[in-house]
Design a protein around this ligand. Structure first.
Ligand SMILES: Nc1nc2c(ncn2[C@@H]2O[C@H](COP(=O)(O)OP(=O)(O)OP(=O)(O)O)[C@@H](O)[C@H]2O)c(=O)[nH]1
Ligand SMILES: [Mg+2]
Length: 330
């Protein structure tokens, strides 16, 4: 792609053009070296233009009501003058590229709204580089003037913790089945939640209230991610009563409450973690690209597995090899 095209994307994207944003997202998602370089150029140019934003993560088991909630939630915010971007990430291999259609269909009104941008990422793109790609897409959305960025991901273990690590506020959606279900939610996920949202309360208001009480009970024993924020459990419905009012209130309270620098601190930590993560992955890639180093790595891995070498010794040996390889003229 010629430089003129990068210029054109930058210009259109800064003007809030959604097609330019979609194109930039595709570059970020691309696995070719050429596209990656363009994406890096784009991001460098765009970074100074990112608008202040609210980053909200939404996760929960398949079918809990994430997409339906995101549509109602997003529409509420665009109606109050915000510009809303939704990044729907599916880290499981459960669905194929079909999730693109699926999620657009589930957010038909938001997808078509002039002040919204909905970007589903098919699972194949996510393997390995999910977190970095999504983080870069968040920045692209903010450069395009989207001041509310929602990251939706289906809850399959690690992915939820990854999302919690790239947003300001992390919402855990759960079904209104009380009792066993509370035990079934992994403690690690409850610990990073800024709110537990009991969905589909319209189906059985009493069950939803019981679930809320149980979650409130469990939350009392956990250390919240923000020490000055009490994690609420709230019941909502995306289609009927009681609606999402209590959720909007919780979000407003959270952002008002943590304005004193807690979010800035969180982002600071997240950026450092992002760098460490990238560096770690790039170093491994560097080793794996070089045939000599790759062979050495494989041998060391076998030795470690067999118990012949301890990992710290193996790391030292590998680092010594990197030194030799990088010193030699190629
Ligand atoms: N009664 C009721 N049904 C709901 C509500 N929210 C979602 N649903 C229904 O629940 C089903 C799943 O909703 P989705 O929003 O697609 O759930 P999801 O969590 O995005 O699902 P995946 O993307 O497959 O993980 C759909 O049939 C929705 O119509 C709600 O508040 N009340
Ligand atoms: Mg969904």
């Amino acid at each position: 792609m010629p430089a003129a095209t990068v210029d054109a994307i930058v210009q259109d994207l800064l003007a809030g053009n959604r097609r330019a944003l979609a194109r930039a997202c595709s570059l970020v998602e691309s696995t070719t070296e050429h596209d990656r370089q363009l994406a890096t150029q784009l991001l460098e140019r765009l970074l100074p233009h990112c608008v202040p934003s609210r980053r909200i993560g939404i996760t929960g088991a398949p079918g809990v009501g994430k997409s339906t909630l995101v549509e109602t939630f997003g529409l509420h915010y665009v109606e109050t003058g915000r510009r809303v971007a939704v990044l729907a990430v599916d880290p499981s291999s459960r669905r194929t590229g079909g999730s693109i259609l699926g999620d657009k269909v589930r957010m038909p009104r938001l997808s078509n709204h002039a002040d919204a941008f909905v970007r589903p990422s098919p699972s194949r793109l996510v393997l390995g580089g999910a977190t970095s790609t999504t983080r870069e897409m968040i920045l692209l959305c903010e450069a395009a003037g989207f001041d509310t960025v929602i990251v939706e991901t289906v809850g399959v273990g690690q992915s939820e913790i990854d999302v919690a690590d790239m947003v300001d506020m992390f919402l855990l959606l759960v079904l209104p089945t009380a009792g066993d279900d509370v035990q079934g939610i992994k403690r690690g996920i409850m610990e990073v939640a800024d709110a537990v949202v009991v969905t589909k309360a319209d189906l059985d208001a009493a069950a939803a209230m019981r679930a809320v009480a149980q979650y409130q009970g469990s939350l009392r024993y956990l250390v919240p991610a923000n020490d000055d924020w009490t994690v609420p459990a709230i019941d909502v419905s995306s289609v009927g009563a009681p609606g999402l009012t209590s959720l909007f209130d919780a979000v407003a309270r959270f952002f008002a409450h943590t304005r004193s620098g807690a979010i800035a601190e969180r982002r600071h930590r997240q950026r450092s973690a992002w760098f460490d993560d990238r560096l770690h992955r790039s170093l491994i890639e560097l080793v794996e690209r070089d045939e000599t180093l790759r062979t050495r790595l494989e041998t060391l891995r076998r030795d470690i597995a067999d118990g012949n070498v301890i990992p710290s010794t193996a790391v030292q040996r590998l680092l010594a090899s990197i030194n030799l390889v990088t010193k030699e003229p190629s």
